[in-house]
Every structure is written in structure tokens, then in C-alpha cells.
Design a protein around this ligand. Structure first.
Ligand SMILES: [Fe+2]
Length: 292
């Protein structure tokens, strides 16, 4: 069976129709994977899944990563240690069952502070608020193409330090020490422009703006340059807004996109289950590739 897909914006995103992720076949998965590689974010609606089915489909993409350490600690789906709960729901003791609360989450890529950052992440909508909580994606290959040639050429020579102190909600990760000096906080450098390992496409690779730093530059100069780059990376022309419906599954390439979340009313509940595919690659710059 041939999957139908509809591009959502020129920069990124496609909706795939006619696929049942609980029963996806190997040939259908190959088609889905090819569409995903071209469009970076894919949206599958009206999925009838269980946690076991969601985990089985996720594992078709590669080895799963356990949940990240957020401000609320590591929040797994009960019985599924590799699935992660994003929710503001509280249990009987008043403890949050998931991570990230109800606030806004700033633009980021998932766990970019790892040496081999996760390859892909996926969300499945379980409970939704009546308003708010939309997830936004930004396409980093398109953002790189939109930059003036001299800025893009400069970006190719730079690395950026990805800070691991705070989660995307701005909360201190459990066990980390607060540190707002990006030149001294814990983090991992990656090239600002990388080669997407599976396609060879060149793309910006940015993490969180907070505590980001371009090693070698004075902090003020690094901040000025990063603000300019972030302006291209998050410009409306390269973004996609996803308004959730129950049963939606959204899969994104974590090496070629950034995402953020709108806040939603705190008296309403939003729960999504998430999986993440372990990173297989140390990220390389196109310059290193040419020099090799
Ligand atoms: Fe995220």
C-alpha cells in the first residue's frame, strides 16, 4: 500500500494519511521513513495506539533513549521505562506525573548537550487542553539557506556550546548546579552547521539559546551573533505550527529541527507520551568533511 502525504509548509512538515501505526508493515515503514527524511516533521492523525504499540513503532526507528532528566526528574510511563510523560497532571499526593508543567517551553532541540544527541523524538497526544499547548517546529536546513552568504560562511567555521544545566521550561535539571555563566557551565560543543548524517544535507544545529556560547568569542560578541542566527532559525517562514488533536502522533528529526511549546491554562490538563531515538552520530561540520 502506498502512503499518501501532504506537505505542510515549504520549509518543513508533512501529514501522512492512510497509515495505522499499530499495524504498520515494513514496506510502509520504509515509505514513512523516506517522507520523514525529506520533510523533517511528520504528522499522523487519528491513531488508535496503546503504550506498547507506541513503543513498538518507536523502536522501528532505532534504539530508544530513556527519559531525559528534567526539572521534575525522569518521568517514565508506568510499565514503560523508555517512554516519557509530558504532562501537568498531578497524582493524589500532588506530585506531577510528567515533565514540563503548563508553561511555555522555549525553542530547543532535545538533549543537544549530549555528544551524540538523539536522532528523533516523537509525541502522542493523550489528553489535551481546550486551548493553547500548540507545538511549533522550525526547519534548520531552510533556516541555513535563508541566511546571507557571508553569515552562513561564518557560521560554518563556528562551534556552539550546548548547555545542559536547564530544561526547555527553564527549570534546573535535577542534580545540576545552577550556573548562568555559559563560558563555565556544563555543556558540549557541536558545529553550528552540521552535515545531516543520513542525507548529507547541510543544516544549522542549535540547542537552547539560554547559556549558549560560541567558544573563542567574548561573551557579548557571542551573544550578539547568536541572537542574529536565532533570528533566522526561528523566522516565521521556516516554522510550522502543530495544533494537537487526540490521537495525533508527531515525529521529528532532532538534528534538522527545533521545537517550542505554547503555554496553556493551568486549570486544564495536557498529557502526551514521548519517545526518543538514541543518537548514533557524532555531529560533523561540512568543513571537516571537506578537509578529510
Ligand atoms: Fe523538546
Amino acid at each position: 500500500m502506498t502512503l499518501r502525504h501532504t506537505p505542510l509548509t515549504p520549509a518543513l512538515g508533512a501529514r501522512i494519511d492512510g497509515v495505522d501505526l499499530a499495524r504498520i508493515t515494513a514496506p510502509e515503514f520504509q515509505q514513512l521513513y523516506d517522507i520523514w527524511k525529506r520533510h523533517h516533521v511528520i504528522v499522523m492523525r487519528d491513531q488508535q495506539l496503546t503504550d506498547a504499540g507506541f513503543e513498538r513503532f518507536s523502536a522501528m526507528l532505532g534504539e530508544l533513549d530513556p527519559p531525559p532528566n528534567q526539572g521534575a526528574g525522569r518521568k517514565s510511563v508506568p510499565g514503560h521505562p523508555n517512554l516519557y510523560v509530558v504532562s501537568n497532571r498531578k497524582d493524589a499526593a500532588g506530585e506531577p506525573v510528567g515533565a514540563l508543567g503548563d508553561g511555555e517551553a522555549a525553542w530547543h532541540t532535545d538533549m543537544s548537550y549530549l555528544e551524540r544527541p538523539p536522532h528523533a523524538s516523537m509525541l502522542w497526544a493523550i489528553e489535551l487542553p481546550r486551548s493553547g499547548g500548540d507545538t511549533w517546529f522550525a526547519g534548520m536546513p531552510a533556516a541555513l539557506r535563508s541566511m546571507p552568504a557571508d553569515l552562513a560562511a561564518l557560521a560554518r567555521t563556528l562551534t556552539i556550546k550546548h548547555d545542559g544545566t536547564y530544561d526547555s521550561g527553564g527549570n534546573l535539571r535535577k542534580g545540576m548546579v545552577a550556573n548562568d555563566d555559559p563560558t563555565r557551565s556544563a555543556g558540549t560543543p557541536h558545529p553550528v552547521v552540521i552535515v545531516q548524517p543520513e542525507t548529507g544535507e547541510h543544516t544549522l544545529y542549535l540547542g537552547r539559546r539560554r547559556n549558549a556560547w560560541i567558544p573563542g568569542l567574548p561573551l557579548a560578541e557571542s551573544d550578539r551573533l547568536l541572537d542574529v542566527i536565532w533570528g533566522y532559525a526561528t523566522a516565521e517562514a521556516v516554522t510550522l505550527r502543530h495544533q494537537w488533536r487526540l490521537g495525533d502522533v508527531v515525529l521529528w528529526n532532532n538534528l534538522t529541527t527545533m521545537h517550542r511549546r505554547d503555554a496553556f491554562p493551568p486549570d486544564q490538563v495536557r498529557t502526551l507520551h514521548r519517545s526518543q531515538i538514541k543518537g548514533r552520530y557524532v555531529l560533523t561540520s561540512p568543513i571537516h568533511q571537506e578537509a578529510a
